[in-house]
Write a protein that binds this ligand. Structure first.
Ligand SMILES: Nc1nc2c(ncn2[C@@H]2O[C@H](COP(=O)(O)OP(=O)(O)OP(=O)(O)O)[C@@H](O)[C@H]2O)c(=O)[nH]1
Ligand SMILES: [Mg+2]
Length: 372
């Protein structure tokens, strides 16, 4: 602890307390975001397989100390999740960021993950990256590291050639690298993960475009990310509609030729595309509601956690007092409920200790499996 003596009074400040910062991790589903976060923070957030999406909400890992900082890593679901609608993913990310900004908090950095084993920036990768660009805007790119991983799964020379392509082509990462983002490799070791974090700590936190837009009173559909999602959904829909038109022409021909089997197969195909059109329509209509619902749930859960923490702390205090009063036998009988109260009270005790990000992580953690 240091002190400043101003003559009349002495002000003490905690210069040995780590500075609290938050870093978000984004990228397509299954790219290794949660694994990266667990490695650094020692958390046990659930990791998925390559086939099925795993992280279904914005969740924060246990804060960990790194040099002079206490870091909270924020895990996010990817767009094109196999179980969530894109509108819900946008809603959850936007709500979390907007809530933080509303409380005067900004991210110190963002890690965007990309699998080097993907032989090109396919549909899912480029959609996620476009959404990421719209969420961040240009001003916060200084605080972005694009991380390539899964190097062990490609021939090294091929990986290096892909990395060069990603860094030098306009359709890939070149435009963001020119505006201050950096490219780094992660080889699944703690050393490389820490080097990535090292390059972000100490950066001046920046307001992201989506935070600024929502703070300016924009509706989520008016934000760049909201517009991009809608545009993308409409594009997907017109592709399906085009397919449906084509299939209908082919069905007519099959009917003329009395080829019943071909007609049935084409009809099944058409039903599949029609189902996709309905799904996309619902997703598009859900953009406003998805955000509103995520924000409402987040605020409600923070409120509930704060209230529960207060009650739990009081209960634990009471249990402690009554334990002291009762005989040894009575004390034993009470110990189970007292233990429960003590566990619950840990949250009550911890809430005032952590800073904003740690508190938010703690408050949402009992509920973080899903916001739905
Ligand atoms: N080879 C290799 N596999 C990895 C790496 N990181 C993660 N994986 C594997 O990739 C799969 C997905 O990892 P997750 O960490 O769940 O990926 P995620 O991005 O959080 O996925 P979602 O939560 O679905 O968005 C798991 O089987 C991991 O074991 C890596 O650096 N190298
Ligand atoms: Mg995950």
């Amino acid at each position: 602890m240091s002190s400043i003596n101003s003559g009349e009074s002495t002000t003490f400040f905690e210069d040995d307390e780590p500075e609290e910062i938050a870093i978000a991790v984004m990228g397509p589903t299954g790219v290794g975001k949660t694994s990266f976060i667990n490695l650094l923070s020692g958390s046990g957030l659930k990791v998925g397989s390559e086939m099925v999406s795993c992280t279904s909400s914005v969740q924060a890992a246990n804060p960990f100390d790194f040099e002079d900082y206490r870091i909270t890593l924020i895990d996010t679901p990817g767009f094109d999740d196999t179980t969530l609608r894109d509108s819900d993913v946008l809603g959850m990310i936007a709500a979390y960021l907007s809530y933080a900004h509303g409380h005067g908090q900004t991210l110190a950095g963002i890690v965007y993950m990309h699998r080097i084993l993907d032989n090109r920036m396919g549909g899912i990768s480029s959609r996620n990256f476009r959404m990421f660009r719209r969420l961040c805007g240009d001003n916060s790119l200084q605080n972005v590291v694009i991380v390539t991983n899964m190097w062990g799964q490609v021939d090294h020379e091929l990986g290096v050639a892909r990395e060069t392509e990603l860094a030098t082509k306009d359709i890939f990462f070149k435009p963001v690298l020119e505006k201050g983002a950096r490219l780094a490799r992660h080889d699944r070791t703690l050393k490389s993960a820490r080097a990535i974090i090292q390059s972000l700590v100490g950066k001046r936190p920046q307001v992201l475009q989506i935070q600024q837009e929502l703070a300016n009173g924009m509706d989520i559909t008016e934000t760049s990310a909201g517009k991009e999602l809608n545009r993308d959904l409409m594009e997907q829909m017109s592709r399906h509609k085009e397919e449906i038109r084509l299939l209908m022409t082919q069905m007519e021909e099959a009917s003329k030729l009395r080829d019943e089997e071909a007609r049935r197969e084409l009809s099944q195909d058409r039903a599949r595309h029609r189902a996709e059109v309905t799904r996309i329509q619902l997703d598009s209509r859900n953009i406003v509601a998805g955000y509103a619902e995520a924000m409402m749930k987040l605020e409600q859960r923070v409120k509930e956690s704060e209230a529960a923490a207060k009650i739990a702390a009081k209960k634990a205090e009471e249990a402690k007092e009554s334990n002291l009063r009762f005989s040894e036998e009575q004390k034993n009988a009470q110990s189970v409920s007292a233990d429960n109260a003590v566990i619950e009270a840990k949250m009550g005790a911890a809430l005032p200790i952590f800073g904003f990000w740690g508190r938010l992580a703690l408050m949402l953690s009992p509920f973080s499996l899903s916001w739905k």
